[in-house]
Design a protein around this ligand. Structure first.
Ligand SMILES: [Zn+2]
Ligand SMILES: [Zn+2]
Length: 195
């Protein structure tokens, strides 16, 4: 049976309208990959046990969430993929990031962050969608892919590293399309049929 995807807002003040917009865009792109894609209620971890500080910045530690997700409401424990949406940076090992995915046989957990995204709601939504497509793409087996479309946007699987996207230091997601390129669509279909 196909797996499920839960969108899990954790420590976020994001407007519900933006979260619902994110949910519907993710459903449009990933429907064939999942038996269901749900948007969970906003939660806070009452003990802040998944919050850490790095360089004075509060951040959510992804590894800690995977290990201690059981301390949080049960949806972080369900079998399937979880996309955490948070206002904090994510932390993986020793760096802060706005988007990360951790995938192995036991847990698939990705995180996207609204850090430094203060802007009009449409722009925030577009940035979150671009980040989410990239990370959910990783959870579905897609590797990085550097391809620039004729319209000037990169494939959403383009990495955010400065090397490959020199002009995009502040908001790499602004340079990514919110639609997969044909090669990544073929790759996604192949991953599905190989299962
Ligand atoms: Zn990536
Ligand atoms: Zn691609």
């Amino acid at each position: 049976m196909a797996k499920t995807l839960s969108i899990a807002p954790l420590h976020t003040e994001l407007d519900s309208i933006i979260l619902e917009g994110l949910h519907s865009r993710i459903e449009e792109r990933f429907r064939p990959c999942y038996s269901s894609i749900s948007l969970n209620e906003k939660i806070r971890d009452p003990n802040n046990s998944c919050l850490q500080f790095l360089d004075g910045q509060p951040c959510l530690n992804l590894i800690y969430l995977i290990e201690y997700g059981r301390l949080l409401p049960p949806y972080l424990l369900i079998n399937g993929d979880v996309l955490v949406v948070t206002d904090h940076y994510g932390k993986m090992y020793d760096s802060l990031t706005k988007g990360i995915a951790f995938v192995d046989d036991l847990a698939s957990l990705a995180m996207i962050s609204t850090q430094n995204m203060l802007d009009e709601p449409e722009k925030i939504l577009r940035r979150l969608v671009a980040l989410a497509i990239h990370e959910v793409g990783h959870m579905n087996g897609l590797p990085h892919h550097v391809l620039k479309n004729p319209d000037g946007y990169y494939c959403p699987m383009a990495p955010s590293s400065i090397d490959s996207l020199p002009e995009s230091k502040a908001y790499p997601m602004d340079f990514r399309s919110d639609e997969f390129c044909n090669e990544c669509i073929r790759n996604l279909k192949k991953q599905l049929s190989d299962k």
